[in-house]
Design a protein around this ligand. Structure first.
Ligand code: C2E
Ligand code: MG
Ligand code: MG
Ligand code: MG
Length: 280
């Protein structure tokens, strides 16, 4: 700032902050256009069992920005959450995912896949969220059991009563639930016991150093044991090497997702890869 010589003080005229505010405002406008002008795409990342057999996919949003190229969800999802644009974006994701499941349902090698979508807090809190999901399930005539919703601990804990109610309604339709990024939030075992979940997703931060760090092995082992005793499935995310997968398997985790098995990619490539696998 003009007056400020102290690096730790923030003046109102700090040019770097000013710039950040402007960039955010631009991105916010552009995000609006992204939804309207078809710049969003869902990528699909494979999920496999211990025999490398496909069990499902996670849909991950991509924004093809006309000038900046591909913008990472880590850069725009938090902004979309703040501005509320996540609601429109989230509706689009639900519809796209259901449409995709309908297409897969008619192809023998894809018809059993479960498709997981990420749903953020503001989106899940929309009063008509359950209707949004059930309407798309009906509209596309999909088996509800093929759709899985990934929530994070913070989404759930924010309003546990309401969340559990909605989860129950969706589960009655057949929709599955997975707890994403598990271990990075603050959920207590008390909460976990009450949640109508199907799966726990071990966060990739515990997988990353699992080969070198015995503490991570202990953490992962504990998560798996806890999941098993609660009757929940476990999947590990961010699996990049055979060694990581072997340690996970040795500790009782049979489902995996990560670059070692496949990167997120457009649907055409995703299904071509699956056909390729079957041909081997
Ligand atoms: P997430 O749901 O935990 O997704 C996993 C992230 O890890 C993805 O990042 C994925 O590309 C990445 N990943 C997968 N395998 C590996 C691996 O082996 N190594 C490493 N280092 N990374 C791996 P991505 O696609 O950038 O998405 C980031 C986050 O953005 C997601 O984390 C999710 O929280 C959010 N997100 C993505 N798509 C959506 C969406 O449609 N709606 C909402 N609300 N959030 C989304
Ligand atoms: Mg996820
Ligand atoms: Mg995750
Ligand atoms: Mg994450």
């Amino acid at each position: 700032g003009a007056k400020s010589t102290d690096r730790n003080s923030i003046s109102f005229y700090d040019p770097s902050i000013q710039k950040e505010v402007e960039q955010r405002a631009t991105l916010e406008t552009q995000l609006h256009e992204a939804i309207e002008q078809n710049q969003l795409e869902l990528y699909y990342q494979l999920q496999v069992d211990e025999h490398k057999n496909p069990i499902g996919a996670e849909a991950l949003i991509r924004w093809h920005h006309p000038q900046r190229g591909q913008v990472s969800p880590a850069d725009f999802i938090p902004l979309a959450e703040e501005t509320g644009q996540i609601k429109a974006m989230g509706r689009w994701v639900i519809e796209k995912a259901c449409e995709q499941l309908r297409d897969w349902q008619n192809q023998a090698h894809l018809s059993n896949l479960i498709l997981a979508i990420n749903v953020s807090a503001k989106q899940f809190k929309e009063p008509n969220f359950v209707d949004q999901v059930s309407q798309n399930i009906q509209r596309y005539g999909i088996h509800a059991g093929r759709l899985k919703i990934e929530l994070t601990e913070s989404t759930i804990i924010d309003n546990i009563e309401e969340t559990v109610l909605k989860m129950r309604q969706l589960r009655e339709l057949g929709v599955k639930f997975s707890l994403d990024d598990f271990g990075t939030g603050y959920s207590s075992l008390q909460y976990l016991k009450r949640l109508p979940l199907d799966q726990i997703k071990i966060d990739q931060t515990f997988v990353r150093d699992i080969v070198q760090d015995p503490d991570d092995v202990t953490i992962v082992k504990t998560i798996i044991a806890m999941s098993q005793s609660l009757g929940l499935d476990v999947i590990a995310e961010g699996v990049e090497t055979q060694e990581q997968r072997d340690i996970l398997l040795a500790n009782g985790c049979h489902h995996y997702q990560g670059y070692f098995f496949g990167r997120p990619c457009p649907v055409e490539q995703f299904s071509a890869d699956l056909v390729g696998r079957l041909a081997v």
